[in-house]
Design a protein around this ligand. Sequence first.
Ligand code: DOR
Length: 428
Amino acid sequence: MSAAPAFVVKGGRLVDATGVRSGDVVVGDDGSIVAVGPDLSAPETLDAAGCVVSPGFVDIHSHLREPGKEEAETVETGARGAAVGGYTCILAMPNTTPAIDSASVVREVLDLGRSAPCDVRTSGAITVGRAGSQLAPMAELAGLGVTLFTDDGAGVQDNLLMRRAMEYAAGLGVTLAQHCEDDALCGGGHMHEGEWSSRLGIAGQPAEAEELMVMRDIALARLTGAKLHFQHMSTAGSLAMIAGAKAAGLDITCESTTHHFTLTHANCATYDPVFKVNPPLRTDEDVAAVKAGIGNGTVDCIATDHAPHTPDDKIQPFDEAPPGMLGLETALALALTELDLEIEQIVGLLSWKPAAIIGADDRHGRPIAEGNPANLCVFDPDEEWTIDGAAMQSKSRNTPYAGRRVRGRVRHTILEGEAVVRNGEPTR
Ligand code: DOR
C-alpha cells in the first residue's frame, strides 16, 4: 500500500547533490518523500518560504558523554541539540566511561539513541579503553554496524599497533579515524605553541605534534591500503600533506571543525578556558589554510567535535580545564557566515559528504526525491541571530560564540518523516 501524504514543505529552494531548484516536498505517513514538484498540497503545511530545503546534516564527530558523564550531556540532549542544528544523524565518539570499545557499550549507545530525535550511530574505539596498547574487538563491533573506529580524544601513539589496526580495518572494510596528536611532542601543552602561548605563559603544543602523526598515518595508509579519515585537521602543514596523499591516490578523507575556521589562538588571550580545545586553536595562517582546504576539496566535510563540559569542569584555570567546546547548534550558521562558498557546497560539506564517510548515506544526505527517506533540514540562510549559550538544548553551556552575531538559522528538521524541530523549537 502506498503512503498517504502527511504534510507538505512548501515554498522552499531545494538544495541537494543533484543541484538547486524550487519546489514543494510532500512527506508521507510512512516517513518517506512521496512527491516533489510545484504547487503540491497535503493535510498539513510546513512553511519553507525564503528557506533552503536540504537533506538533513550529518555530524561524524559528536561527544555525547553517555555512558558516564550524563551531567554534561546525554544521548537524548545531544541528539536534541543536533536536531535544532539541522542534523538528522550524528556519530558518537567513543571517549565515554566506559569507552565504546565493546559490543555491550555499542548496544547501550544505540539503544539510547532509538528514542532520540536524531539518528544516533556510534564509532568504536580502536584500542581497549582507548589506552593505546591492545586492539579492541573491531570485527565484533563492525558486526553491530560500526563503520568508523577512532580513539578520539587521543591518537594511537604506537606505530606498530596503528599498522595492525589499519591492516585489520582494511580486511573488515571499515574506516580508521585518527585524532592526530603526538603525545610526547605535545609535552602537556594546553594551547597552540606560538606567540600567544609565550605571551600568556601557557605551555603550548606545536603544530608539528599534529603533523607528525598525519605524516606517519599517510605512510601507514600507503603500506596497508586502509581507508583513513583524519579528524579535526587544524594546521596548514597537515592539509598540504593530505592534499598530496589524495593526489597520490590514497583512500584518505579529512574533516575540519567549525572552530578551526572561526577562531584563533589569539582568542585565548583572556585565559577563558571556553577557548581551550584539542587540537588547539591555531594561527591566522592556519585558519586561512583550513578555509582554503574546505573550498578546494582537500577538506571533505565539516564536523563539530561537539564536546560538552559542565560549568564546574570548564570554570577551572586554563591549564586544568578539560578541552572542548559545543558545536552542534551553531555549525550551520558559522559555515554560512564565515565561508565564502555556494550554498550547495556548504550543504554538501554538512550533509552528503560526511554521510558517505560513515556509510550513513543509506538514509541521510540523499537527493530530495520521491521514495527517499524524509530526513530533511529547512533553514533560512539569511536570518540573523545572536548566539546564546543559555538558550541551547545541550546540558552544557561551553560555547565560545556567546554573543556572536551570525546568519542562517534552522527552521524545521524532519527525521524519518517527523518534524522533530518546528519553527526552531524541538517537538520532543
Ligand atoms: O577538545 C576536545 N575535546 N578534543 C577532543 O579530541 C576530545 C574532546 C572531548 O571529549 O572533550
